[in-house]
Structure formats: C-alpha cells, structure tokens
Design a protein around this ligand. Structure first.
Ligand code: SF4
Ligand code: SF4
Ligand code: SF4
Ligand code: FES
Length: 947
C-alpha cells in the first residue's frame, strides 16, 4: 500500500466532441479540440516540464518552463496555453528547448534557499522535480545578488505556513483561491522581481479574508504554503480514500498516512461530490480523533451524580442488556428506545434500528433528522414520491438560475458553495431568500440578482407568492404539468395560489419583502432557463417546515424545472450521513427505504430476514420519548452519536426527560452534554477507525475506510452487535459489507449496491437497482417516483410564536464555517482560532435602543429560558431580527428555543423564537448551574492502584 498518485495533466480536459490529430515528438495523437499541447503530450505519456500549470486551474503561462517548438511557427510557445491544431507537428525535447528550460530553472533556483534536505516538501516538491527534469547542474548567477531569502514566514494560520522565501510567484495559490474556492483572498503585489503573494493588506493569513480551505496549499508546487502537520510529521508514505465526516456535501479525501498517523487529508480529485476541493473542516479539522478528551474505556455509574467507573466491555454491555430487560419487565416493552446517529455509517445506523425493532421489540427509534430535514422527507415524498434531493452537485454547472432558500452554503456546505459561486461567476443568476444578508448575497464577483429578506416564519407566504406570480402571469410550463403531473391537483393548487391573498402585494405586508422583489424573483426563476432550488434548515425548521418543502416542490413542477441537469429541488443536508440515517429506517414509522411499517408485505420481508415478529405500530419520536419520560412511562434509551441535550430545543425539557430515565446509554467520542445525564457511556469510534458508507445530500453512497485501529477497541457497529447479542439476538456480522448486502437484499432502491460496486465505481447514487444499475445522478427523469407529480395547496398559517411587548425580537439560528453542529469535534481542533464562542448578531438600531455596543455581554431571553452571550452589532440582520449559532454548550442557545414544531414531522421551530435582548454582566444562573453540573457529571473515578 503506497501513496495514491493522481496524474496532473497540467491543464483541464476539453469537453469538445470533435477530435484533432497532431504529431508530438514523432508520434500521432488524437485529442478533443481545445486541448492544450501540454495535455495532449501527457495523454501519450510525455511529461513536459511545468511549474505554473496544474489541471485544476486555467492555464496561465507565466513560468516559461513548458516551452515547445512547433513546425512552421516562430519562437517557443508555452505548451500549457497553446491549443492543439490539426496536423500540428510539435517537438518537446530539442537542444534549444533544453537550454531555455535550464536557463529558466537557473533563475528560479538562484533566488531559492538550497535547504532541500531539511525542507518539509523534500521528496514531494515540483520545483525539485523540475530541476531534475530539466537537468539543472549549476547556478551561474550566485546567491549574492538581490533575493527574497530572508523573507518573513507567516505562521498565523493554525494549519499551514507561508514561507515567502520559497515562493516562485507562479500564482497557482492566487488562482486556486479565485477559481476553485472563490474567496479572492490572495493577490500578487508588486511587479517583476518585487512580486510577492499577499494575503490581505496585513499580509497575514489569519487576519485576511482567507477561509482556510487549503486550496492554495494544495496548489503550491513548492514548500511555500505547507501544512503544519507535514512540517511536524514528515511526508506521508501511504494513503487511503475515505469520506469527510462533517457535512452533507460528502467530500472524498485521501487520508495520507505515516503508519497509523494521519499526516494530512488531501481532497480526492476523483471524488464526485467535491472534485478535488474541500473546506477547512474536512481538510484540517481532524485532530479531535486523537484529542486527549476522547473517552476510550466503557464506563458505568448508578446515579448521574456519581463519578464514572471504568469497566470492561463485557460488564458494560451486559449491564445495559440487563437494565433494559429489567425496565421492560417493570414498565412494559415500549419503555425503552434508541436514537440512531447521522454521524455514523449507514451500516451502523441500520443495525441500531434493527436492534430496536427486533431486540427491544418496539419501534421507538428516531434520529437527529427529526430536528433538521424530516420535513424534506415528508414533503418530497408527498409531492415527488421520494424523500430525497433530485440532482447531483455536478448539475449546478448547468444551472442558469439558482434560488437559495434558508441556507447559508458558504458556511454550511462550503464546497458546494464554491461550485455554485464558480457557476455564478460564469453568469448564472442568483436569488437568495433569507432573513440575513448571507455571504452569497454579495461576495467577490458574485452579487445576488434578488435578495428577499423575509421575516423569520414567513417562508410559506413568500413561496406561495412566487407561485402566484408564475400562475397569474402565465409562466407555468404547461406541457410539463400536463405530461408529468396530476391535473386535478394542479388545478386546485393554481386556483389557490392565484387568489389575491397570495399576491406579492399582500404577502409583502406579512413578510416585509417588497412586492416588486417577489415578482422579479418569480419571473427570473420561471423564465431564466434551467433553474435550481437549493434549500436548508431555514426552510424546514419551522412550524410549517413541511408546507414550505411542498411549496418548493410545487414551484419546480409548475416551471418544469425537474428531471434534467441544471434544475431540481436540492435539500442541503446538514450532517454527513443524515440522508443515510433516514434511508436506513431511523424513523419510528418507516423501515429502511421509507417503507411504512403498516405495509404487511414489507414487514413480512423483514420478519423473514430478521427471524422475529415486528410490531406493526409506529413507535415514539424524540419529543414523544422525552414527554413520555417526564410523564414516567419511558425509562431507558440508547443514544448513538447524538447530543440531544445540546442540539434539541427547549433544553430544560430535554434535561427533565433524561433526568427522569433509569438507564441512559450514550455511545460517543466525548463526554458530551447528554452524557452528563447518562448511566452508561460506551466509547465510540471516529470515521478514521472504521469501514462503512455515508450517503451525502446527492444520495451518493461513498465509502468510509478504516485508516487506524479504533482507540476504544471497537467500531460502533461492533458495539451495537455486542449489545444485540447480549439481548439474545443471533448476529454474526464480521464486516460492514455484510450489513450492506442485507440492506441491498431488503431495500429496492439499494438492490444494486455492494462494496464491490463501490470499489469499482468509487461511489453510486441511489436508486441503484436493475433499472438503474449505475445509480441515478438525476431523479424523476421520465416520470416521478410516485408516477405523476402532485401539487399540494400550501396555505400560510402564521406560527403561534409571536413577538409582543415582552419579547419584541425574532431569534433565528444557524451555523458558521469553522464550527460544526454542537461543536464536539471542531471545538477540539485549531478551528477555535476563528470562532471560540457563540455571538448574537443584532441590528445597530435594535442595539442602540437597548444601549448595547459591539462586544458587550447581553442577556437573551425567551418564554422558555435565558442565556448570556456577546453581541455583534451588524446590519447583516434586519431590524427586529437577531441571530446566533449553537456550537458552544456554555451558551446553550437551545435553552431559548421553544417546543413549537412542524405540524407533520415534529421538526422543531428553531428558526423563530420571540426574544428580548438586554445588557448583562455575565452568564445567567442557568448557565452557572449547568456548568457546575457538567463538571460534576464528568468526574471519572480514579482507577484502583495495582497490587
Ligand atoms: S486557504 Fe483557501 S481561502 Fe485561504 S487563501 Fe488559500 S485558497 Fe484562499
Ligand atoms: S505561494 Fe506557492 S503557489 Fe503561490 S505563488 Fe508562491 S510558489 Fe506559487
Ligand atoms: S464541505 Fe462538508 S464534506 Fe466537504 S470537507 Fe467541508 S465539511 Fe467536509
Ligand atoms: S507551465 Fe506553462 S508557462 Fe508555466
């Protein structure tokens, strides 16, 4: 096993179909029109020396190393910027070229420190390689003249250094930041010999606009930009392809290793979700895997006020089994349940729900999708017939209009955001529907054509008003609707949206969005060409979350923006495997593949495979489990990889639920907030320590591969299997591939999925079955999964959560690029350099009214609770709206959020809470009590001294 070497063709592949034949070094070669001579030569195995060219970036032609001679043409053109032509005769290796190349290299090397032996890039440096390739033997100019050898090193970024003394000013970093990432943080300052790469006016990466995506580091051909981990550990010696465990983009990486140590994570060029790019989290924030806070031994305690006692795996597992049996004997079969994790693999999630249904004998299983995208599942199933997004990410390259609703891709789904921004820079139009002025509204070389800054809670009204314009202005794609949709339902919907109460003018009064902006956005969406909708939790986490998803589906059907490239309805999934955890049957009413428990044929199939009788009654959802716990009928829970206390709404109620249970089992990496209320802690494993699959927001099933032994001794699926055996189930899986085989056998949409296929294809998007053996990048191409698409009437009903004199502001929540969800992982990495506390964004007008200045501590209060945090005064939020993140347990933003939830799925209404903000001196009483309990609840009893 060695390092996976990806070929660098120097320039991008041409998409042209027409072939051109030419002769290079005496050999004929045919390549697509528009291909560079450099790439054509690579196609036949000839590497032309290069420094400024790399195939992820547009050719630039600055280093003059790739010169060639072309018969009949004067001079020595650069092969990276010269396209092939029919009949062209090219020479890449003549004495003249050799001399010229050596001369170029000599100039570079005369201003380069000759410390190759101690340089971190030694053995993996393109400058070094090129010196060898051109046969450089001497440097005639000496090192005495003017040079950059004393240039200062910038070590401000937590993850990489910038050593200007090694820079050859090839601009690859600047171009990567512009073309790949779309941040434009770098420039080349000065001219000629004085040229220098600069990160912002302060020439300091951390203080600049840089978002630490690492694209420049990856592009740099020298050690100028270099990962600190490589400087510390040395060059990697083998690599394994795996999948990022943070967000739903599902980026593929090569984990580059030395033995069992990760040296760096390198985005994989063949990764179909990310195409060789990454964000700061996936590339750099993996240090939590070996963080000292990780718990690696099982622990048990009788009461949550006792210190933890480390025990053997056998003792922990048999304790859980006997406790769950005792509780069921005393309180009934339905008194226990479990939560699957959207951070764990498909196979692990499948096994947890199988354990609950077949071992606990009930359907009390739920997942964190309950609190994020459950409305997506329900809404898209009702309208299209499948609970998933319709496109792949490549599809964005064909979009003419992108409508981003209630999502903040540059922070939440950064690699997708980079791909979207690239498309926007090429001229696609952008509509943003969001209460906040998110970065996409105005970012270098991108400006939204429409920003609809609606009041939180008015999504359905605005979406229906968009439909009103489409219907009343005759912009419906009638052919699509007639051929693909249920006509009766369409007629009913069209009449409903056309009603005057749904007009932009009426909706402007509720939403605060000017009617003209709604009209303009609707016209652009309906008539601008291929139009794609991307949406996030700003759509789903509302009392009408499901209705809003249906309204989005209606818009796409009415305009025919489905079933082809560049269009579609695309939920941006939050967690790495939230799509997978839903697919795997994590909801109390559905078996894997979204099949209802009440369906006898489906149940019989599972009963046959699992050899048990299944309860046909749906079980409890998370909020029902907590309510039942408070009421005294729900007593035991197995929580795999989920921190309900920090992530679920109305923390007081969640805590009360846990405190009322007799056996809380938490399986996680760290003693998280929920573990403070647990009786058993089962140490979990990281994505680096196990095999399996994740399914991203495109329905793409990606392999996760073990690169190191689990520190806790077991992968999470093995722990669930041990628990199942202790509860009397006869499970004998020896590898997650066997679990996937079982999933495929039981789930029609996964029928064609196997580890073998994933090995061959790299990844595959479900449905993957006899009809779509290679998977389905775009869904609903010829017909909808449910046959005909179904329009659904979306009446706007205002949330019960209303502002008033006591609580005059609306709080909405979200997340930030550098932190992830409850922050358990990212808070334990260098990412705290960017965000080490949750902040409250407040408009200058609201701040002034309350005597609040930027950076002041403020009290944030709702009818459910209060907390304190610092304020940022900004006009990013509209007057009347405040915003914060929920990454830090010491802020506990969810103490504020209420019990209101989506009518169909119980998804909490995180995005709308009526609050008051006032100056404060410090933390609230609840925060102090909570911190004290957390400290006490984390005490681990000292191990007895050895005899
Ligand atoms: S790390 Fe990313 S954002 Fe920062 S300068 Fe490099 S390419 Fe630009
Ligand atoms: S930092 Fe690296 S990529 Fe950027 S100009 Fe210098 S050598 Fe080229
Ligand atoms: S975009 Fe998401 S999946 Fe990709 S590297 Fe970042 S966190 Fe990981
Ligand atoms: S590689 Fe062609 S000019 Fe640099």
């Amino acid at each position: 096993m060695g390092l996976i070497q990806e070929v660098d063709y120097g320039t991008k592949a041409s998409q042209a179909e027409k072939l051109v034949t030419l002769t290079i070094d005496g050999q004929q070669v045919s390549v697509p029109e528009g291909t560079s001579i450099m790439r054509a030569a690579m196609d036949m195995g000839t590497k032309i020396p290069k420094l400024c060219a790399t195939d992820s970036l547009d050719a630039f032609g600055s280093c003059r190393l790739c010169l060639v001679e072309i018969a009949g043409r004067s001079g020595t053109p650069a092969s990276c910027t010269t396209p092939v032509a029919p009949g062209m005769v090219v020479n890449t290796q003549t004495p003249k070229l050799k001399q010229l190349r050596r001369g170029v290299m000599e100039l570079y090397i005369s201003d380069h420190p000759l410390d190759c032996l101690t340089c971190a890039a030694n053995g993996n440096c393109e400058l070094q390689d090129m010196a060898g390739a051109v046969g450089l033997r001497e440097v005639r100019y000496g090192y005495e003249g003017e040079n950059h050898l004393g240039a200062k090193k910038d070590e401000s970024n937590p993850y990489f250094t910038f050593d200007a003394s090694k820079c050859i000013v090839c601009s690859r970093c600047v171009r990567a930041c512009e073309e790949t990432q779309g941040t434009f943080a770098l420039t080349i300052e000065g001219r000629g010999f004085a040229s220098l790469v600069a990160a912002g006016p302060e020439k300091n990466f951390l203080a600049s606009e840089c978002v630490s995506c690492g694209a420049c580091v990856q592009a740099c051909p020298t050690a100028t930009l270099m990962e600190k981990s490589v400087i510390e550990s040395g060059q990697p010696e083998h690599s394994v392809v795996t999948t990022c465990a943070y967000c739903g983009v599902g980026c593929s990486f090569k984990a580059e290793m030395r033995g069992e140590e990760v040296v760096r994570m390198m985005p994989f060029k063949d990764g179909k979700a990310n195409r060789g790019h990454s964000c700061v989290k996936g590339r750099f924030a993996w240090g939590y895997a070996t963080h000292r806070d990780r718990i690696t031994k099982p622990m048990v305690r009788a009461k949550i006020t006792d210190p933890w006692r480390e025990v053997s795996w056998e003792e922990a597992i048999s304790h859980v089994a006997s406790e769950f049996r005792r509780i069921q004997a005393k309180y009934g079969r339905g008194a226990v349940g479990g939560i699957t994790s959207s951070r764990c693999t498909n196979e692990e999630t499948y096994l947890v729900q199988k354990l609950i249904r077949s071992g606990f004998g009930n359907n009390n299983v739920d997942t964190c999708a309950r609190v994020c995208h459950s409305p997506t599942g329900y809404g898209l199933k009702e309208t299209f017939g499948t609970s998933a997004g319709t496109q792949d990410f490549d599809s964005v390259e064909h979009a003419d209009v992108a409508m981003v609703i209630g999502a903040n891709p540059t922070d939440g789904h950064p690699v997708f955001a980079s791909r979207l921004k690239k498309r926007l820079r090429k001229g696609a139009k952008l509509i943003v529907v969001d209460p906040r002025r998110i970065d996409l509204v105005r970012t270098p070389h991108v400006q939204a054509d429409y920003h609809l800054p609606l009041l939180p809670g008015t999504n359905v009204a605005v979406l229906t008003a968009l439909a009103h314009v489409i219907v009343t202005e005759g912009l419906v794609n009638e052919e699509f609707v007639r051929e693909r949709c249920e006509m009766d339902a369409f007629q009913e919907w069209a009449e409903f949206v056309a009603d005057a109460r749904n007009s932009p003018e009426e909706v402007a009064k509720i939403s605060g969005v000017p009617a003209e902006a709604i009209r303009g956005a609707a016209r652009l969406y309906a008539t601008g060409g291929n139009a794609a909708i991307y949406y996030g939790l700003g759509v789903t986490e509302h009392s009408q979350g499901t209705t809003a998803v249906m309204a989005i589906a209606n818009l796409a059907m009415a305009t025919g923006n489905l079933g082809k490239l560049g269009v579609g309805v695309n939920p941006l999934r939050g967690q790495n495997n939230v799509q997978g955890s839903c697919d795997m049957g994590s909801f109390p009413h559905e078996l894997p593949g979204y099949r209802h428990l009440s369906d006898d044929a489906t149940r019989t199939m599972f009963e046959g495979m699992w050899q048990v009788k299944l309860d046909p009654e749906p079980g409890l959802r998370i909020p029902n489990m907590l309510d039942a716990a408070v009421e005294g009928s729900f007593k035991g829970i197995y929580v795999q990889g989920e921190d309900l206390v920090q992530s679920d709404p109305n923390t007081h109620h969640v805590v009360a639920g846990f405190e009322a249970m007799e056996c809380v089992v938490v399986q996680d990496l760290f003693l998280n907030e929920t573990a403070s209320y647990a009786h058993v802690f089962l140490p979990g494993s990281t994505f680096l320590e196990k095999d399996g699959t994740f399914t991203n927001a495109e329905r793409r099933i990606n392999r996760v591969r073990r690169v190191m032994a689990p520190r806790n001794g077991k992968a999470d699926w093995e722990i669930t299997q041990d628990l199942a055996r202790a509860m009397g189930l006869d499970w004998n899986y020896t590898h997650p591939s066997q679990v996937m085989d079982e999933i495929a056998a039981l789930t029609p949409t996964f029928k064609g999925v196997s580890y073998e296929k994933l090995e061959q294809m790299g990844s595959v998007q479900w449905p993957c079955n006899d009809t779509f053996p290679e998977g389905s990048p775009v869904m609903h191409t010829a017909s909808f999964a449910r046959g005909r698409g179904r329009f659904i009437v979306t009446e706007y009903v205002a949330t019960d959560e209303k502002v008033g004199p006591r609580f005059p502001l609306l709080l909405t929540t979200g997340r930030i690029l550098s932190q992830y969800n409850v922050g358990a992982q990212t808070r334990r990495t260098g990412n705290v350099a960017w965000h080490n506390e949750d902040l409250l964004e407040i408009h200058p007008h609201d701040a002034e009214e309350r005597g609040i200045k930027d950076g002041d501590f403020v009290r944030l209060r709702s009818r459910t609770g209060e907390t304190s945090l610092r304020a940022t005064v900004t006009d990013r939020v509209a007057p009347g709206v405040v915003y914060t993140t929920f990454h830090h347990p010491d802020t506990q933003a969810n103490v504020i959020t209420t019990e209101y939830s989506d009518w169909a799925t119980n998804c909490p209404e995180y995005k709308v809470t009526a609050v008051q903000v006032s100056p404060s001196n410090g933390t609230s009483e609840w925060q102090r009590e909570y911190a004290a309990h957390g400290k006490e609840a984390r005490v681990i009893e000292a191990a007895p001294a050895a005899e």
